[in-house]
Structures are given as C-alpha cells and as structure tokens.
Design a protein around this ligand. Structure first.
Ligand code: IPD
Length: 265
C-alpha cells in the first residue's frame, strides 16, 4: 500500500471511530469514568476502549501483518514494516466533561517513520490529513502555518501531564513564558493543538512528556503544513520536549524553553 492508501484506510477508520465516540457522548449527560491509569486524574472511559477495539479490528481486518501501538490496549509487533500509532480519544478529560475538543488520531509509520496521519475532531467534524511530502489538509483544503515571526506576538499552546511533580515544573516554566508571548492556550488535546499550529490557529505549541500516540499524526500534519517540528515524529514515550512552531518563532521559543529547562522534570 502507498502512503496515500494507508491514509485512506486511516481516514475511513477514524470516521467510524469518531461516530462511535460522538454518539456515545451525545447519549449521556454525564460520562462515566471506567478507570484510571498513571494517576487518579488520568482517566479512561468505556468509549476509549471501545473506539480502540474498533480501530484495531478494522486495521487488522485490512492489514493483518501490521504492527499496532494504541493508548489503551498495548502494542502488537507486526511483520509488514507498517505500524499504526493510535489514540482513540485524545483529550479524554474534555470528552468526559462534554467539551467538544477531543480527537481520534491515527498515524501509519513505515520502518519507524510516520508517512500518513489523520486527526478527526468528531464533535466539529473537522478532519486533518497528511502524507509525507504531500502537504497538510483540513477537510480536503490545504493548510499552512501562520506567518508569525515574533515570539512576543505568538499565540502559544501548551499542555500539562498527569503527574503532580511534572505539573509543578510545567507551571514554573509557564510562569516565565506567559509574559513573553501574545497569550497562552491550553485546549486539552495535543493532536488538535498540533493541527491548530498547522492551520494557523496557534503560532506554536509545546509540551513535555507526551506519548507517541498523542503526537504521531498531528506531528506529521504540522510538519507538512510548514511547522518546525522537533521531538515529535517517532518520539519515545515521555522523553523529550515536543514542539511545533512557525519557522519564524521556532528558534526563539526553543531557546527560551531550553534556557528555562523545560525539558527537565
Ligand atoms: C492528553 C492530552 C492533553 C495533554 C496530555 C495528554 P489523553 O492525552 O493530549 O492535551 O496535555 O499530556 O496526555 O490522555 O487525553 O489521550
């Protein structure tokens, strides 16, 4: 399969999973927490696991020899060289609270390099796509990063991990970033934050401690839209600082974050 064909499968699967999670959310006033993961605030709902099971079954039905890395149910090592990196619901806390800012994120990597990615916001219906070298698209129309060239005029997105110690560190970094930028947004779904950079809705986004499933599809989409992307594609779990920014802001923001030690716990 070509990257475009992998993208087609990812898009079809994301739409089906998106319908499932949206319909389940619309069916209840209050969403139940089905369990917790790394901390009591790192939650999982039954929709996360149902959506991941659906995605897994559709991808394996089409391509039984591929590998799979999902947020909820572990990894499968494949033999084809293609691996799917999946977050069934990125922004689970938004989903829990009924905030329409969550995403289904599906990326395909070949020999460890992300070649196709889809991020769908099921609540708004917006769908971002990219294949390596082919540009980035929102609902089929090309998107580009903003023309922002100054950090002081940049709208910067960020996020916080679930671990209290890491959060305290992230807050102390943020204290220094806020006075140096136009403003800060914490929207609550990393995949959508990366797509916001791709679409010029943010000028930059950074966060430490994300996982490959938060980053794989959105990182490709941001890069294909012209963002400088570091620590994203294929990044190891929890390690480095992930950053996506317009070329005019990336150097200034990177050196500020380095100076502040934003890549340390
Ligand atoms: C989380 C979201 C959030 C980010 C967290 C992630 P999840 O993913 O992307 O915006 O700040 O670090 O863990 O848990 O909702 O899939």
């Amino acid at each position: 399969m070509t990257p475009a064909e992998l993208l087609g499968l990812a898009e079809k699967t994301a739409r089906e999973a998106g319908d499932l999670v949206r319909e389940r959310r619309e069916a209840v006033e209050r969403m139940a927490v089905a369990g917790t993961k790394s901390t009591p605030t790192d939650v999982v709902t039954e929709s996360d696991t149902a959506a991941e099971a659906l995605i897994r079954s559709r991808l394996f039905a089409a391509r039984p020899d591929d590998g799979f890395v999902g947020e909820e149910d572990g990894s499968v090592v494949g033999s084809s060289g293609v691996e799917w990196v999946v977050d069934p619901i990125d922004g689970t806390v938004n989903y829990l609270y009924g905030i329409p800012q969550y995403a289904v994120s599906i990326a395909a990597s070949v020999d460890g390099v992300v070649v196709a990615g889809v991020v769908l916001n099921p609540a708004s219906g917006e769908l971002w796509t990219a294949v390596q070298g082919g540009g980035a698209f929102l609902d089929g129309r090309p998107v580009r990063v903003s023309s922002c060239t100054s950090l002081s005029l940049a709208l910067v997105g960020t996020g916080f991990g679930y671990d209290a110690g890491r959060r305290a560190r992230q807050a102390s970094v943020l204290l220094e970033v806020v006075p140096r930028v136009r403003d800060i947004r914490r929207a609550g779904a990393a995949a959508l934050d990366l797509c916001a950079v791709a679409s010029g809705r943010l000028d930059a986004y950074y966060e430490r401690g994300l996982n490959p499933w938060d980053l794989a599809a959105g990182g490709l989409i941001a890069a294909e839209a012209g963002a400088v992307v570091s620590g994203l594609r294929g990044a190891a779990a929890g390690g480095e600082l992930a950053l996506a920014a317009t070329p005019g802001v990336a150097v200034e923001l990177t050196s500020l974050l380095e100076r502040l030690g934003a890549d340390r716990d």
